[in-house]
Write a protein that binds this ligand. Structure first.
Ligand code: ADP
Length: 336
């Protein structure tokens, strides 16, 4: 599930590309993962072989694609980008794999959405750099083995739980990306502000960071909206005051904690419609008119992380903190 909640045109995507850090050293936060990746890449370089396969999981916007690009860049290998939804047949994957040059880094985003038949083909490809191509149908069908150039697969998923174990086991290194601390987001924002030519005092930077949902992509996006605000209202000044930040973010329905409209719709449904729960994921998704997958991979992880939502065997529940944030008194006898 890409973060589809705010429309993004081509121009915005180009800006996002420009804001991507190009090396592990420039990549903010995720200290542990960075150290682990560095070792993996250094060892591969010394032995002059492609790095082990890498699986990156975590909510959208935390840097999975960026890390894949860095892996290719730091190991001075070409990068091929694809995604699970683009691989709907084993043949799609066979064509992709057989066109890789030796040592190429293959990035498959949303790898959990790849076709089942392709998944099975990928097992063998990852392990032995080989695929078996099926030719013909029925009793006359035969398989022709095809050797592949060695490659490094970087898989990304918002739902590592959806990956079959045999696939997960074939990654030499798996990392889960965590939401960023505000202080880390401030670094991301400071760097982007220079590139976007916004003069951002420390207090404004902190305010954007606090309202970015722990997510660099959102931090950069909010910064662009703040920049827009300053361009329109700032006269000749490029400085974004905290008042400018608040005005811009309020306009885009980003609340004090960085929750957006969908986050609040989910909380609101949980609290008002279902009296705090427990309620099943699918029911919740239908109520707010969103896909269950989006709720589970985008909305829920953050609400759980800030302590507003709990997961129980019987469903999702709202915590007292969620009631307080919405300004709703708790219903007597609520099950939370
Ligand atoms: P994902 O693939 O996990 O959805 P991306 O790698 O596309 O996320 O990152 C989204 C945006 O956030 C990119 O523009 C990137 O510049 C920025 N970003 C992500 N992680 C970091 C980081 N650790 N440091 C600096 N910028 C980051």
């Amino acid at each position: 599930a890409r973060d589809q909640r705010l429309p993004e045109d081509e121009g915005e995507l180009a800006v996002e590309g420009a804001l991507r850090p190009g090396s592990l050293a420039e990549f903010v936060g995720q200290m542990k993962v960075r150290g682990q990746l560095q070792l993996l890449l250094d060892a591969a370089r010394i032995q002059q072989r492609p790095a082990d396969h890498i699986l990156l999981s975590g909510p959208p916007g935390l840097g999975k694609t960026t890390l894949a690009m860095i892996v290719a860049h730091e190991s001075e290998r070409p990068l091929r980008m694809s995604s699970g939804p683009a691989i709907q047949h084993a043949g799609d994957l066979a064509a992709l794999l057989s066109s890789l040059v030796p040592g190429e880094v293959l990035f498959i985003d949303e790898i959990h959405r790849m076709a089942r038949s392709a998944e099975e083909m990928l097992y063998l490809a990852m392990e032995d750099f080989r695929v078996d191509i099926m030719v013909g149908k029925g009793a006359g069908a035969t398989s022709i083995p095809l050797d592949l150039a060695p490659f490094t697969l970087v898989g990304a998923t918002t739902r590592s739980g959806m990956l079959p174990n045999p696939l997960r086991d074939r990654f030499g290194f798996t990392a889960h990306l965590e939401y960023y601390e505000p202080i880390e987001l401030e670094q991301v924002i400071a760097r982007s502000a220079v590139m976007l030519d916004v003069d951002l005092p420390a207090a404004s930077r902190a305010e954007i960071a606090r309202r970015s949902r722990g997510t660099p992509r959102i931090a950069n996006r909010l910064l662009r909206r703040v920049r827009d605000y300053v361009v329109v209202h700032g006269g000749s000044s490029t400085q974004a005051t905290t008042a400018d930040v608040s005005a811009a973010l309020d306009l885009y329905d980003v609340d004090d904690l960085g929750l957006d409209r969908l986050d609040r719709a989910v909380l609101d449904a949980l609290v008002r419609r279902f009296r705090g729960g427990p309620v099943g994921l699918n029911t919740l998704a239908v109520t707010v008119g969103e896909e269950a997958d989006t709720i589970e991979s985008v909305v829920e992880p953050y609400l759980v992380r800030i302590g507003f939502m709990g997961r129980t065997p019987r469903g999702r529940v709202a915590t007292p903190e969620a009631y307080a944030h919405l300004g709703i008194p708790r219903h007597d006898g609520a099950l939370t």
